[in-house]
Design a protein around this ligand. Structure first.
Ligand SMILES: [Ca+2]
Length: 140
């Protein structure tokens, strides 16, 4: 006896229809079922996460621009570009190592602290004066 479905094309059609409605997607992507907006949080600050009147999550991109939350001193600025978080190089976002004998710089690979010239006058932060030697303030 033949055990195949009497309508062999039915499972494929049902799968396609359910997939197009988003009913088979439970991974937090577009099409996730929801009741309230907080059901749709995708942890991405660059999208508005809303629950539509149809009960499906929508993630509309926010306007492109700089995010409010930034990491200081990482030589980068976080932005939203097309609904995706992007880290853009910023050579003014230096990290201060509080060492008077290094220059605080940014490189495309991140912060850098380059020793200043030996003999440069320095102050140890407690009022004592010295001279820089190999990136360290040596009190005189
Ligand atoms: Ca930063």
């Amino acid at each position: 006896m033949n055990k195949r479905s009497p309508v062999p094309w039915l499972p494929a059609v049902l799968g396609a229809v359910l997939g197009s409605w988003g009913c088979l997607d439970t991974g937090g992507e577009l099409g996730q079922q929801c009741v309230i907006n907080s059901d749709c949080t995708d942890e991405t600050p660059c999208t508005f996460d809303t629950c539509s009147v149809d009960g499906l999550c929508e993630h509309a991109p926010v306007s492109d621009g700089t995010l409010a939350d930034q990491v200081a001193g990482d030589c980068a600025v976080s932005q939203c570009v097309g609904g995706v978080t992007a880290s853009v190089y910023d050579d003014t976002d230096v990290s201060d190592d509080h060492n008077p004998c290094t220059a605080d710089l940014c490189t495309p690979s991140g912060p850098a602290w380059v020793p200043v010239a030996d003999g440069a006058e320095c102050e140890d932060g407690h009022g004592s004066v010295g001279a820089c030697s190999d990136g360290t303030c040596v009190l005189t």
